[in-house]
Write a protein that binds this ligand. Sequence first.
Ligand code: NDP
Ligand code: MG
Length: 382
Amino acid sequence: MKQQICILGSTGSIGTQALDVIRQHNDLYEVYCLTANNRVDQLAAQAHEFKPAAVVIANEAHYGRLKELLSDEPDIKVYAGAAALEQIVEAQPVDMVLAAMVGYAGLAPTIRAIKARKKICLANKETLVVAGELITRLAMEYHAPILPVDSEHSAIFQCLVGEDMNEVEKLLLTCSGGPFRNFTAEQLAHVTAADALRHPTWDMGAKITIDSATLMNKGFEVMEAKWLFGIPADKIQVLIHPQSVVHSAVQYADGAVKAQLGVPDMRLPIQYAFSFPQRLHLDGPRLDLFSRPLEFFEPDMRKFKCLALAYEALNKGGNMACILNASNEVVNAAFREDRCSFLAMADIIERTMQRATFIEAPDYEAYVATDAEARRIAAEML
Ligand code: NDP
Ligand code: MG
């Protein structure tokens, strides 16, 4: 029996690489559903190739066009809107859901998939940033496994396999440092979105590429690691590692450090989330340890204030990480549209964290309200 996969965000960087994994292992996996937001032509082309049972376009304005493009595929059901997207993950045949949408929009469908007891392959880190406590509690309650897709977390997960209850002393979370690693504060004041979109080692969607340049992405990943592995933030160390070869590591009680290494290729963590505990063949270049030396540095949190703000949000707890995420989504989009400077992003996030209503023990409705409030506050400051 082939595993039926629902891909949320199939037209994105993770989504298309996941489809490549499925293409190579079509004896094991089948696409049950493909979803996108705006890239309707690409979604239709994917549907023509993979023949899913259903496709969903979140932006309802594209429904007519998608119907028309798939008029020659009577067996593919076509839906539109956020509600349809939340429903499709619950479909009975679905074995696993790859959450590869970008941003806060991934939260609601991921919760629905957990409640439907699906296996979750989680790329959408914002889900854990916004509501990590709620998500991990629901995953336990509904016995829904969450497999990490983020490369660092997949690396940590791979290092934890076979260690059962052995005590972890700390997690070593690596970070390329982004394109501005060696820039001065003066230089940072003038960088543009085009500069930031040239990531040195990974080819990713626009939003996460900007988050990688500010190091907000690494702050998010500290939170993601805390929730996925139940390790407190003070035992998670961020290391700048420009070569992106050591994908992350775990230090145990006896001082042993286990790391996972490889060429930067997101298809490996995607595939491992699908196939765990099995390892499948993956085409592509292999690691050449002779090619260049591996370096490690401490991150500069004064220069990259977003990382410090993420730690602050973690320490405050409650809905603070939700406030951080919402304001970050606003400034990240504004920076890409040249409506906000690089350094103003952290300032606006910081001020939004000071102004938005703090809630000590938020439930789902509180997160929804917080997200809306923080977006409004951040947008006013642009
Ligand atoms: P992309 O921007 O490349 O793709 C995002 C996908 O989500 C697209 O399919 C997009 O549709 C869809 N989408 C966007 N907004 C909505 C919405 N409101 N409703 C429904 N669908 C939506 O992002 P990435 O693939 O780079 O990243 C996806 C997630 O994975 C992010 O959370 C990111 O942090 C995480 N991640 C990504 C990595 C990478 O290498 N790319 C590495 C580690 C984590 P459309 O194309 O139509 O706009
Ligand atoms: Mg990562």
